[in-house]
Structures are given as C-alpha cells and as structure tokens.
Design a protein around this ligand. Sequence first.
Ligand code: ADE
Ligand code: ZN
Length: 336
Amino acid sequence: SKIHSFLQALPKCEHHIHLEGALSPSILFTLAARNQITLPQDDPAFGSPESLLARYDRFTSLDDFLHYYYIGMSVLVHAADFEALAWDYFQNAAKDGVAHAEVFFDPQAHIERGVTYETVLAGFTAARKRAESQFGISSELICCFLRHLPVPDCISTFELEAVQASFKSGAVIGIGLDSSEKPFPPEMFQEIYHKAEKLGLRRTAHAGEEGPVEYIRNALDTLHVERIDHGVRLAEDKGLLQRVAKEGKLLSVCPLSNVLLRCVTAISELPIRKFLDANVKFSINSDDPAYFGGYILDNYCAVHEAFQLSVEEWRGICEAGIEGSWCGQARKGEML
Ligand code: ADE
Ligand code: ZN
C-alpha cells in the first residue's frame, strides 16, 4: 500500500534490536544440528521450527520469553554462526529500509557457555562490514549486561581485556542493561556505568518495560544514561515525562514486543500520542524480531494502523531517531 511504501522509504534508525533476538527458528534448528546442540527434550515447543514459532505467540511475560531466548542462543558457537545471525538481521533491515542500526548483544550469555568474546565480536563485525558495503547500512555495537546475573559477574565481564580493547578501538561504542527487569533496579549497576562514563562510552538501559516508572528515573539519575530502552511507563509520571522531553533523551520503543510480552494489551494502549504531545523523542524498534512476529517495518506499520500518524509526524519521528543516534555528524547529515 501507499503508506507501507512511504514508511519503507523513510530513513529509519534502529536503536533497540538484540542480535540474539534475530535468531529465527529455522536458523536455530540448522545451527543446533550443525553444532550438535541438544534442545530441551521435555518441551514439545522444540519439536520443530513450526512448533517453536507457534509457542512464540503465547508468551506470558518477559521472563517467559527470556527462557526461550537463552535456550535459543545456545546454538551459537562459532564466529560464522554469529555472522550468519547478524547477516540475516541486516538483510531484513535492508528490506525494511533501515539506514542505520545500533545493535545490542549479550556477551555474558555466550562467555558463560565457553564461547569467547572475541568469537562473538568477530562474527558480528564481519556481518556489519558486509552490511555497510552491500546495503550502505551503517551500524554500531552496544554491549549489554545481564541484570539477573550477580553484579560482580557483570563487572568482571566489563573488565575483560578483550571487552576493554573493543571499547578502545571503537568496535563497541557503548553499554546497555537488559534481561529480567524486576527485581533488579538500575542503581545496582552504578559501578559499571560510572566506569563506562569515564571511558567516554555511550550509555543506555532497559527501564520501564515491565518495571516501574521509578526505574526510569533511577537509570537517569544513577546510571547517567543518554537513552532509555522501552520507557513506555514514563507516561505514568508527568513530571518525569517533562524532564525527559526537556533533556531531549530518546526512548527506544518496541511496540510489537510490548504487546507480545503483555506489557500492554494492544498497540493502541501505548502512550505514542502522549509522547508526541509532550515532545518526548522516541524511535520505533523491533527488540527481538524473530520472537515477536516482525521486523522494524512491521512495528512502524502497526503504530500507523493504531494511531494514523500524519506524514509530518512520521518525518519528525525519523528525524528524532537520526538526531538521537550515536553516529557522527557527517552520517547524520547524509540521512537527514
Ligand atoms: N533481552 C532481549 N530482549 C529483551 C527485552 N525486551 N527486555 C529485556 N531484556 C531483553
Ligand atoms: Zn530489549
């Protein structure tokens, strides 16, 4: 349709995509066979790619999803696996008209299985280079820490020589915080965020997805984040909403994810109108596209269907996304 082609053609920036969340059931089963990884025998969902996909329609919460997410990524072993995963994402991103992508990955979830940080990074970096040359998609990597693991584990991962080297070289430009939100408030991770700030790294954190609006305030106050991932519960606190607008901090909203994980009952329940009215900047993102039934353009279309935004509003959303990106001014100029 006309609106679909208009949304496809917009210069979209994606700020909230977990590369491990782009693992489709079909690639998952292929890699499990190739790497001789045994999937859970006691869960009929793992019977076939089709039954697994059907199970994804019935997530009951963030933790119910995360259970499948962590089992899924256990099939990723070699650099070539990580490259194939990221390449599949970039192919979908190109099809959807993504100009620039800042992608998350979860090193602790791989390191604890004996897969080195260097292996993960080598695969993702190869795919990024290919996406740049073949599709003209610029991208950056953001290293996320898992809030359900002990803080000392997060700190020792942050301090690994290979991790520090990736910060220093610019291969990884920033840090994020993800996994089970409650009961792991942002302030638990102050030490890492303060170290990251001293190193001049970019900083974001998941907050206000399932967790309360206080987690958003605490992420801003104690972690000094420059963006908030999700942040949909910001609308519950008018003062904080105005503060975020004034500070120009961007929310990376993930509409299909919020419905699939039951944070809202429908896209129409998202505070998109409130954000627009209050001048809160936000981008629209896919989060874990292989698990939530759609890539970035599906999220744009779903928002349009629910809110019937004007052409000017859509252009404004994309401009805010470009401005809120962590790429250089020259690249922003090309996209605007
Ligand atoms: N890891 C992958 N997707 C996530 C989400 N939506 N929330 C928290 N952690 C995640
Ligand atoms: Zn996320």
